[in-house]
Design a protein around this ligand. Structure first.
Ligand code: AMP
Length: 296
C-alpha cells in the first residue's frame, strides 16, 4: 500500500496503475478516523475495481464557524492499518496546504437539494463537500466513487453534480453500517457520553418503528410518519431534534402531510438529525415501493 500526500505523486502513481491496465479505479473519499462504515465502502470498492484509492482529508471548507473542524477525531496510524487490512492500494492524505495552497475562489454549488435538511442547519456545508469531491475527482479521475447512504443527502447532491456537469464517474451508494444495537456508525460517536450513547438509540429505534408501522399500514401519510418519529425521539430527554423529515428520494421534494408515502410513486426518505449535547447525529432510512409492496 502506497501512502501519498502530494497531488503530483498521486497522479503519477495512478497513471502507472492505469498503464498496467489493472482495471477500473475506485475512490473512497473519507475524513478518516475509520470505522466499519468506511470499511464497507472500501470492501465494495475492492470488489468492483482494480485500484482502490482511499482519501483521508478533513476538509476545512465544509465546516462552519463554531463546528468541530479543529477537534474532529484523527488517528492516522490506525487509519493506515485499517486501510492496509482492507486491501487499499493507495491512501491519499493531503494536508490543507496541498489541497488549498491559496483560499479557493471557485466553489461548486448544487442548488435546491442543498437548501434543506443538513443544508439548512449547516449553511455552506454542501458547497464545501461538492467542491472538495470535485477536486478529488479531478485529481484521481476515478471510474467509480463510493459513498455511504448514512449521508443520503450527500449522495443525492453528488449524484446531481455528476449528472449536471457530465462527470465521467459512477457513484456507488453503499448501505448504512450499524452497531449491533442499531446506532449508525459515525466518527462523531466518540463525542457521546455513556448516557448520550444510550439515548442516541432513539434515532435508529424511531426509524425502525416507523418502517414497521408503514409495512403494517398502521401509519401511511407523511404527517403520521413524521409525528411518530418525533414522538419516539422525544422520549429521550437529552435529544434535541434538528429535523425529522419525510421527503422523496433522491429528489428531496417535500410530501404533503396528508399524502400517503405509497401514493407519491417515488422512493421516500425518513431523515433525522438530532443533537445530544453538542454532538449532532444523523440517520435515515428509505421507504421504497416495489409492485405495491414497501421495501425498507
Ligand atoms: P466521513 O469520513 O464521515 O466523511 O465519511 C466518509 C464516507 O463514509 C461517506 O461516504 C459516508 O457516508 C460513509 N459512511 C460514514 N458512516 C457510515 C456508515 N455508518 N455506514 C456506511 N457508510 C458510512
Amino acid at each position: 500500500m502506497k501512502v501519498i500526500r502530494n497531488i503530483k505523486e498521486l497522479r503519477a502513481e495512478i497513471g502507472q496503475h492505469r498503464s498496467m491496465a489493472s482495471g477500473p479505479v475506485g475512490l473512497v473519499p473519507t475524513m478518516g478516523f475509520l470505522h466499519e462504515g468506511h470499511e464497507s465502502l472500501i470492501k465494495r470498492a475492492r470488489e468492483m475495481t482494480g485500484t482502490v484509492v482511499l482519501s483521508i482529508f478533513v476538509n476545512p471548507i465544509q465546516f462552519g464557524p463554531g463546528e468541530d473542524f479543529e477537534t474532529y477525531p484523527r488517528d492516522e496510524g490506525r487509519d493506515l492499518s485499517v486501510a492496509e487490512a482492507n486491501g487499499v492500494d493507495i491512501v491519499f492524505i493531503p494536508g490543507v496546504q496541498e489541497m488549498y495552497p491559496q483560499p479557493t475562489k471557485t466553489k461548486v454549488t448544487v442548488s435546491e437539494l442543498t437548501s434543506l435538511l443538513c443544508g439548512a442547519s449547516r449553511p455552506g456545508h454542501f458547497d464545501g463537500v461538492t467542491t472538495v469531491v470535485n477536486k478529488l475527482f479531478n485529481i484521481v479521475n476515478p471510474d467509480y466513487a463510493f459513498f455511504g447512504m448514512k449521508d443520503a443527502q450527500q449522495v443525492a447532491v453528488i449524484e446531481q453534480m455528476v449528472q449536471d456537469l457530465n462527470m465521467d464517474v459512477t457513484i456507488v451508494p453503499c448501505p448504512i453500517v450499524r452497531e449491533t444495537d442499531g446506532l449508525a456508525l459515525s466518527s462523531r460517536n466518540v463525542y457521546l457520553s455513556a448516557e448520550e450513547r444510550k439515548q442516541a438509540l432513539v434515532l435508529s429505534k424511531s426509524l425502525k418503528e416507523a418502517t414497521r408501522q408503514l409495512a403494517q399500514e398502521e401509519v401511511a401519510t407523511a404527517g403520521e410518519v413524521r409525528n411518530l418519529l418525533v414522538k419516539i425521539i422525544s422520549d429521550a430527554p437529552l435529544a434535541r431534534i434538528d429535523y425529522a423529515e419525510v421527503l422523496t428520494f433522491p429528489q428531496l421534494q417535500p410530501i404533503e402531510p396528508d399524502t400517503r408515502l405509497a401514493d407519491t410513486g417515488k422512493d421516500c426518505i425518513l431523515a433525522l438529525a438530532v443533537y445530544f449535547g453538542r454532538t449532532r447525529l444523523i440517520d435515515n432510512t428509505l421507504f421504497q415501493m416495489k409492485e405495491g409492496i414497501p421495501h425498507v
